[in-house]
Design a protein around this ligand. Structure first.
Ligand code: AMP
Length: 240
Protein backbone atom coordinates (compact mmCIF):
# COMPACT_ATOMS: atom_id res chain seq x y z
CA UNK A 1 0.00 0.00 0.00
CA UNK A 2 3.05 2.29 -0.29
CA UNK A 3 1.42 3.71 -3.42
CA UNK A 4 -1.58 5.01 -1.47
CA UNK A 5 0.59 7.14 0.81
CA UNK A 6 2.14 8.90 -2.20
CA UNK A 7 -1.01 9.12 -4.39
CA UNK A 8 -2.73 12.50 -4.92
CA UNK A 9 -6.21 13.00 -3.42
CA UNK A 10 -7.67 12.72 -6.94
CA UNK A 11 -5.99 9.33 -7.42
CA UNK A 12 -7.12 8.15 -3.99
CA UNK A 13 -10.73 9.04 -4.84
CA UNK A 14 -10.59 7.21 -8.17
CA UNK A 15 -9.06 4.13 -6.56
CA UNK A 16 -11.60 4.16 -3.73
CA UNK A 17 -14.47 4.45 -6.24
CA UNK A 18 -13.05 1.57 -8.24
CA UNK A 19 -12.66 -0.64 -5.18
CA UNK A 20 -16.22 0.22 -4.05
CA UNK A 21 -17.69 -0.70 -7.41
CA UNK A 22 -18.06 -4.41 -6.68
CA UNK A 23 -16.25 -7.49 -7.93
CA UNK A 24 -12.65 -7.04 -9.06
CA UNK A 25 -12.37 -6.70 -12.80
CA UNK A 26 -10.40 -7.81 -15.79
CA UNK A 27 -10.46 -4.83 -18.11
CA UNK A 28 -9.83 -6.07 -21.62
CA UNK A 29 -8.86 -3.28 -24.00
CA UNK A 30 -9.74 -4.33 -27.52
CA UNK A 31 -9.11 -2.71 -30.86
CA UNK A 32 -6.81 -2.85 -33.85
CA UNK A 33 -3.10 -2.19 -33.51
CA UNK A 34 -2.78 1.60 -33.36
CA UNK A 35 -6.21 2.13 -31.77
CA UNK A 36 -4.66 3.57 -28.61
CA UNK A 37 -4.94 0.58 -26.25
CA UNK A 38 -1.45 1.18 -24.84
CA UNK A 39 -2.14 4.86 -24.13
CA UNK A 40 -5.39 4.07 -22.32
CA UNK A 41 -3.86 1.13 -20.45
CA UNK A 42 -1.10 3.42 -19.14
CA UNK A 43 -3.66 6.00 -17.95
CA UNK A 44 -5.75 3.33 -16.24
CA UNK A 45 -2.70 1.89 -14.56
CA UNK A 46 -1.60 5.30 -13.32
CA UNK A 47 -5.01 6.42 -12.10
CA UNK A 48 -6.63 3.22 -10.81
CA UNK A 49 -3.39 1.60 -9.65
CA UNK A 50 -4.18 -1.61 -11.52
CA UNK A 51 -1.37 -3.44 -13.34
CA UNK A 52 -1.28 -3.13 -17.10
CA UNK A 53 -0.41 -6.38 -18.81
CA UNK A 54 0.63 -5.90 -22.41
CA UNK A 55 1.52 -9.18 -24.09
CA UNK A 56 3.14 -7.23 -26.95
CA UNK A 57 5.42 -5.38 -24.49
CA UNK A 58 6.35 -8.65 -22.80
CA UNK A 59 7.21 -10.29 -26.14
CA UNK A 60 9.16 -7.18 -27.19
CA UNK A 61 11.19 -7.38 -23.97
CA UNK A 62 12.70 -10.59 -25.38
CA UNK A 63 14.40 -8.54 -28.08
CA UNK A 64 17.93 -9.07 -26.77
CA UNK A 65 17.51 -12.59 -25.39
CA UNK A 66 19.69 -15.16 -27.17
CA UNK A 67 17.46 -18.23 -26.91
CA UNK A 68 15.73 -20.22 -29.68
CA UNK A 69 12.32 -19.25 -28.26
CA UNK A 70 13.15 -15.53 -28.24
CA UNK A 71 14.43 -15.81 -31.82
CA UNK A 72 11.19 -17.52 -32.88
CA UNK A 73 9.06 -14.82 -31.20
CA UNK A 74 11.10 -12.08 -32.93
CA UNK A 75 10.56 -13.68 -36.33
CA UNK A 76 6.81 -14.07 -35.81
CA UNK A 77 6.50 -10.45 -34.67
CA UNK A 78 8.57 -9.14 -37.58
CA UNK A 79 6.20 -10.93 -39.96
CA UNK A 80 3.17 -9.26 -38.31
CA UNK A 81 1.77 -12.64 -37.26
CA UNK A 82 0.64 -13.96 -33.89
CA UNK A 83 2.83 -15.77 -31.39
CA UNK A 84 1.43 -19.23 -30.53
CA UNK A 85 -1.64 -19.43 -28.32
CA UNK A 86 0.24 -21.77 -25.97
CA UNK A 87 2.90 -19.23 -25.23
CA UNK A 88 0.56 -16.22 -24.96
CA UNK A 89 -1.76 -18.17 -22.63
CA UNK A 90 1.06 -19.42 -20.42
CA UNK A 91 2.42 -15.92 -20.09
CA UNK A 92 -0.94 -14.40 -19.11
CA UNK A 93 -1.73 -17.23 -16.68
CA UNK A 94 1.57 -16.73 -14.87
CA UNK A 95 1.49 -12.95 -14.86
CA UNK A 96 -2.11 -12.66 -13.61
CA UNK A 97 -1.38 -15.04 -10.72
CA UNK A 98 0.91 -12.37 -9.22
CA UNK A 99 -0.24 -10.62 -6.09
CA UNK A 100 -0.54 -7.17 -7.70
CA UNK A 101 -3.42 -8.51 -9.84
CA UNK A 102 -5.68 -9.31 -6.87
CA UNK A 103 -7.88 -6.19 -7.24
CA UNK A 104 -8.08 -6.58 -11.00
CA UNK A 105 -5.89 -5.88 -14.00
CA UNK A 106 -5.83 -4.40 -17.46
CA UNK A 107 -5.14 -6.54 -20.50
CA UNK A 108 -3.74 -4.83 -23.58
CA UNK A 109 -3.36 -7.16 -26.57
CA UNK A 110 -4.90 -10.29 -25.05
CA UNK A 111 -7.04 -12.16 -25.99
CA UNK A 112 -6.45 -12.15 -29.72
CA UNK A 113 -7.88 -15.55 -30.71
CA UNK A 114 -10.90 -17.65 -29.66
CA UNK A 115 -8.62 -20.05 -27.72
CA UNK A 116 -7.19 -17.13 -25.75
CA UNK A 117 -10.70 -15.78 -25.08
CA UNK A 118 -11.82 -19.19 -23.79
CA UNK A 119 -8.81 -19.33 -21.46
CA UNK A 120 -9.53 -15.86 -20.17
CA UNK A 121 -13.06 -16.87 -19.27
CA UNK A 122 -11.71 -19.82 -17.31
CA UNK A 123 -9.16 -17.60 -15.59
CA UNK A 124 -11.84 -15.04 -14.66
CA UNK A 125 -13.94 -17.71 -13.03
CA UNK A 126 -10.94 -19.25 -11.21
CA UNK A 127 -9.85 -15.82 -9.97
CA UNK A 128 -13.39 -14.62 -9.07
CA UNK A 129 -13.19 -11.66 -11.43
CA UNK A 130 -15.58 -10.05 -13.90
CA UNK A 131 -14.53 -9.41 -17.52
CA UNK A 132 -15.28 -6.06 -19.14
CA UNK A 133 -14.26 -5.82 -22.79
CA UNK A 134 -13.90 -2.29 -24.14
CA UNK A 135 -13.43 -1.74 -27.85
CA UNK A 136 -11.52 1.40 -28.81
CA UNK A 137 -12.98 1.92 -32.23
CA UNK A 138 -10.83 3.62 -34.87
CA UNK A 139 -11.45 3.50 -38.66
CA UNK A 140 -8.97 1.57 -40.77
CA UNK A 141 -7.72 4.68 -42.62
CA UNK A 142 -6.33 6.23 -39.42
CA UNK A 143 -4.64 3.13 -38.02
CA UNK A 144 -1.64 2.87 -40.34
CA UNK A 145 -0.66 6.51 -39.72
CA UNK A 146 -1.04 6.05 -35.99
CA UNK A 147 1.37 3.10 -36.09
CA UNK A 148 4.01 4.34 -38.52
CA UNK A 149 4.10 7.72 -36.66
CA UNK A 150 4.35 6.14 -33.20
CA UNK A 151 7.48 6.72 -31.06
CA UNK A 152 8.21 5.60 -27.49
CA UNK A 153 10.47 6.75 -24.69
CA UNK A 154 12.65 3.77 -23.74
CA UNK A 155 12.85 5.07 -20.14
CA UNK A 156 9.27 5.87 -19.15
CA UNK A 157 7.30 4.27 -21.99
CA UNK A 158 5.55 7.57 -22.88
CA UNK A 159 3.93 7.26 -26.31
CA UNK A 160 4.28 10.01 -28.93
CA UNK A 161 3.23 10.31 -32.57
CA UNK A 162 5.10 12.38 -35.12
CA UNK A 163 1.80 13.29 -36.85
CA UNK A 164 -0.63 13.63 -33.93
CA UNK A 165 1.39 14.14 -30.72
CA UNK A 166 4.95 15.17 -31.57
CA UNK A 167 7.49 15.60 -28.75
CA UNK A 168 8.43 19.22 -27.97
CA UNK A 169 12.02 18.58 -29.04
CA UNK A 170 12.59 16.63 -32.22
CA UNK A 171 12.71 12.89 -31.33
CA UNK A 172 13.50 13.43 -27.61
CA UNK A 173 11.20 12.57 -24.71
CA UNK A 174 9.50 15.60 -23.07
CA UNK A 175 9.98 13.97 -19.66
CA UNK A 176 13.54 12.73 -20.30
CA UNK A 177 15.09 15.44 -22.50
CA UNK A 178 18.37 13.51 -23.02
CA UNK A 179 16.64 10.36 -24.20
CA UNK A 180 15.99 9.70 -27.88
CA UNK A 181 12.65 8.15 -28.72
CA UNK A 182 12.53 4.69 -30.28
CA UNK A 183 10.47 3.39 -33.19
CA UNK A 184 9.09 -0.13 -32.77
CA UNK A 185 10.61 -2.56 -35.26
CA UNK A 186 7.12 -3.80 -36.22
CA UNK A 187 5.76 -0.27 -36.84
CA UNK A 188 7.35 -0.11 -40.32
CA UNK A 189 4.94 0.24 -43.27
CA UNK A 190 5.14 -3.42 -44.45
CA UNK A 191 4.69 -5.04 -41.04
CA UNK A 192 1.89 -2.61 -40.20
CA UNK A 193 -0.15 -3.85 -43.17
CA UNK A 194 0.45 -7.48 -42.13
CA UNK A 195 -0.53 -6.74 -38.51
CA UNK A 196 -3.74 -5.06 -39.60
CA UNK A 197 -4.59 -8.02 -41.85
CA UNK A 198 -3.93 -10.42 -38.95
CA UNK A 199 -6.19 -8.34 -36.71
CA UNK A 200 -9.10 -8.28 -39.15
CA UNK A 201 -8.83 -12.02 -39.84
CA UNK A 202 -8.13 -13.44 -36.39
CA UNK A 203 -9.11 -10.95 -33.69
CA UNK A 204 -12.13 -9.14 -35.13
CA UNK A 205 -14.39 -12.23 -34.69
CA UNK A 206 -13.78 -11.98 -30.93
CA UNK A 207 -15.72 -8.72 -30.86
CA UNK A 208 -18.85 -10.57 -31.90
CA UNK A 209 -18.18 -13.16 -29.21
CA UNK A 210 -18.03 -10.48 -26.49
CA UNK A 211 -20.94 -8.58 -27.99
CA UNK A 212 -23.14 -11.68 -27.91
CA UNK A 213 -22.15 -12.34 -24.29
CA UNK A 214 -23.15 -8.73 -23.57
CA UNK A 215 -19.66 -7.97 -22.28
CA UNK A 216 -18.58 -5.49 -24.95
CA UNK A 217 -18.71 -1.72 -24.66
CA UNK A 218 -17.45 0.54 -27.45
CA UNK A 219 -15.80 3.94 -27.28
CA UNK A 220 -14.98 6.25 -30.18
CA UNK A 221 -11.18 6.10 -30.39
CA UNK A 222 -10.76 9.02 -32.81
CA UNK A 223 -11.02 11.62 -30.01
CA UNK A 224 -8.37 13.03 -27.65
CA UNK A 225 -6.89 10.44 -25.23
CA UNK A 226 -8.25 12.23 -22.14
CA UNK A 227 -11.81 12.29 -23.53
CA UNK A 228 -11.61 8.59 -24.39
CA UNK A 229 -10.25 7.90 -20.91
CA UNK A 230 -13.24 9.57 -19.25
CA UNK A 231 -15.59 7.29 -21.20
CA UNK A 232 -13.58 4.21 -20.25
CA UNK A 233 -13.45 5.07 -16.57
CA UNK A 234 -17.22 5.69 -16.63
CA UNK A 235 -17.82 2.27 -18.18
CA UNK A 236 -15.66 0.58 -15.54
CA UNK A 237 -17.41 2.44 -12.71
CA UNK A 238 -20.85 1.47 -14.01
CA UNK A 239 -20.07 -2.26 -14.16
CA UNK A 240 -20.94 -3.61 -10.72
P1 AMP B 1 1.02 -5.38 -29.85
O1 AMP B 1 2.04 -4.53 -29.18
O2 AMP B 1 -0.14 -5.73 -28.93
O3 AMP B 1 0.54 -4.82 -31.16
O4 AMP B 1 1.74 -6.78 -30.17
C1 AMP B 1 2.90 -6.85 -30.97
C2 AMP B 1 3.06 -8.28 -31.49
O5 AMP B 1 3.23 -9.19 -30.38
C3 AMP B 1 1.87 -8.81 -32.27
O6 AMP B 1 1.92 -8.41 -33.62
C4 AMP B 1 2.07 -10.32 -32.09
O7 AMP B 1 3.13 -10.80 -32.94
C5 AMP B 1 2.58 -10.43 -30.66
N1 AMP B 1 1.45 -10.59 -29.70
C6 AMP B 1 1.05 -9.69 -28.75
N2 AMP B 1 0.02 -10.16 -28.05
C7 AMP B 1 -0.27 -11.39 -28.55
C8 AMP B 1 -1.25 -12.38 -28.25
N3 AMP B 1 -2.17 -12.19 -27.29
N4 AMP B 1 -1.24 -13.53 -28.97
C9 AMP B 1 -0.33 -13.73 -29.94
N5 AMP B 1 0.61 -12.83 -30.29
C10 AMP B 1 0.65 -11.67 -29.62
Amino acid sequence: MKFLTTASSDQKLRIANYLKSGMSKIIVLMGAPGAGKGTQARLLQERLNLPQISTGDIFRSLKNAQTPLAQEVREVMAAGQLVSDDLAIRLVRERTACNDCRNGYILDGFPRTPAQAATLEKLASEQGKRIIAILIDVPYELLAKRMTGRRNCPICGEIYNVYFKPPKNDNYCDLHPDTQLTHRADDNADTVQARLATYYEQTLPLLQYYRTANLLRTVDGTRAPEVIYQDIEGIIRDQK
